[in-house]
Design a protein around this ligand. Structure first.
Ligand code: 5AD
Ligand code: SF4
Length: 465
């Protein structure tokens, strides 16, 4: 019998890539592959690339340079190491990668991971293989289901892809080109996935998609279901303690979604809702299809449904043509909304996107300065938000043993890490915790161990058994 082959996956970028990496492991497990943390003893290395960040492809080529050395090193020990490039850079620049990097055996786009075993076989016979097609069939049905022990090993919180791709065509963004047109998975398949996850210990489901609230999947009743309707159904599944979804577009927030936030205690009151800029002129140039006022109105609808709701966002500074006045409008919007956290990026052109042809580039020094000012404001809001938790008692879903001896770490509704001293039995449960202090981004607290009546008054409907 041959010993298992070792697989190392290096993932960059978004949650979708983390999820896809797990699906690649599930696809290769029947081929005899087991995961390893080390590149050095891997028989197969997969770079799961991201095209969003600046100089994404250059980073891939320098990583491939390192892998060439690792492969030569393996060869001196009589071992071969295969190299696969997956993800959005593979999709966007597949042919170029094959041309420039002889170390690469297989290039595979995000729509084709189910073909990995065949592609590896083809590479063995023919030297190289590339697959960056957008297939017509639902790639999700072609991917194998994870084994129960795999689900358990991945912990209490799991991602479930409900849609992929985007039809919005923001002028700076590559997603519509790399992930393709918006496609929603049928409701029944999502329910099956969630059922399987909860049967194997998962308590928190994060529905993911590039434009998740554009979800419009075929329902079992022959109707098209919105994200909101799907959320109501998921909340009925026994074992589902918490539900989240990411990433949303402000234009696609409908009344079902708002109602779900009003009615479902399982739906966490923390929404990632990127706005990108506070200037209407820039929002129009970005083709965001909403104004700053539209965004404020969406935020108000969420807030009137659930008062404790908090928001995070993405921002781009230095979009072509952005003036100091435009940038100040972004700062003003951040001040008005008050975020629990946000990501901010300097604009950088992506080949093939409309913004890449725009002329009025903002000077690099100006971009740096604006980014620093925006990040300072966001950091101060995040810090204030985290500090406000001190002294309160909140539900925490416990995930794993912490690095510090005896501590268990979990997350609050707002994804803040919270540490308590407790036994590992509490992993997988949602329990009330009194938060005492904040260390950088982590909260320290203690389990509420009051007499049963006090405890039930804290415990929400999401509390574990
Ligand atoms: N330049 C800078 N930031 C970008 N993002 C997407 N494309 C670009 C780009 N060309 C940011 C957006 C998006 C996040 C995932 O990445 O803010 O919401
Ligand atoms: Fe990209 Fe998001 Fe705009 Fe779609 S909505 S094009 S994923 S930034």
């Amino acid at each position: 019998m041959s010993s298992p082959r070792k697989l190392h996956i290096k993932s960059y970028g978004c949650q979708m890539n983390v999820y896809d990496a797990q699906r690649m492991v599930d696809t290769l497990a029947p081929e005899g592959f087991v995961e390893t943390d080390s590149v050095g003893d891997a028989d197969l290395v997969i770079l799961n690339t991201c095209h969003i960040r600046e100089k994404a492809s250059e980073k891939v080529y320098s990583e491939l340079g390192r892998l060439r050395v690792a492969r030569e090193e393996a060869a001196t020990h009589g071992r071969d190491m295969n190299v696969v490039v997956a993800g959005c850079v593979a999709q966007a620049e597949g042919d170029e990668i094959i041309r420039r990097a002889p170390v690469v055996d297989v290039v595979v786009g995000p729509q084709s991971y189910h073909n990995l075993p065949q592609l590896l076989a083809r590479a063995r016979n023919e030297g190289r293989a590339i697959d960056t097609e957008f297939p017509v069939e639902d790639k999700f049905t072609l991917l194998p289901q994870p084994k129960p022990e795999m689900i358990r090993a991945r912990g209490v919180s799991a991602f479930v892809t409900v849609q992929e791709g985007c039809d919005k065509f923001c002028t700076f963004c590559v997603v519509p080109y790399t992930r393709g047109a918006e496609v929603s998975r049928p409701v029944a398949r999502i329910l099956d996935d969630v059922q399987r996850l909860t049967e194997n210990g998962v308590r928190e489901i994060t529905l993911i998609g590039q434009n998740v609230n554009a979800y419009h999947g075929d329902g079992p009743d022959g109707q098209t279901w919105s994200l909101g309707r799907l959320l109501y159904r998921l909340a009925e599944i026994p074992g589902v303690a918490r539900i989240r979804y990411s990433t949303s577009h402000p234009r696609d927030v409908d009344d079902d979604l708002i109602a779900a936030h009003r009615d479902l205690p399982e739906l966490m009151p923390f929404v990632h809702l990127p706005v990108q800029s506070g200037s209407d002129r820039i929002l129009a140039a970005m083709n965001r299809k909403h104004t700053a006022d539209d965004y404020h109105r969406v935020i108000e609808r969420f807030r009137s449904a659930r008062q404790d709701i908090a928001f995070s966002s993405d921002f781009i500074v230095g979009f072509p043509g952005e003036t100091e006045e435009d940038f100040k409008a972004t700062l003003a919007l951040v001040r008005q909304i008050g975020y629990a956290g946000a990501y901010s990026f300097k604009y950088s052109p992506r080949p093939g996107t409309p913004a890449a042809d725009m002329q009025e580039m903002v000077a690099p020094a100006t971009m740096d300065e604006r980014l620093a000012r925006l990040q300072e404001l966001i950091d101060s809001q995040q810090h204030a938000f985290n500090r406000a938790a001190i002294g309160t008692t909140v539900d925490v879903l416990f995930e794993r043993a912490a690095r510090n001896e005896g501590q268990i770490v979990g997350r609050t509704a707002y994804l803040q890490p919270a540490h308590v001293m407790a036994s590992e039995d509490i992993i997988g449960q949602v329990l009330p915790v009194t938060l005492d202090s904040l260390e950088r981004y982590s909260l320290l607290g203690r389990l509420v161990t009051a007499a049963p009546p006090a405890r039930t008054s804290f415990a929400s409907a999401t509390t574990g058994a």
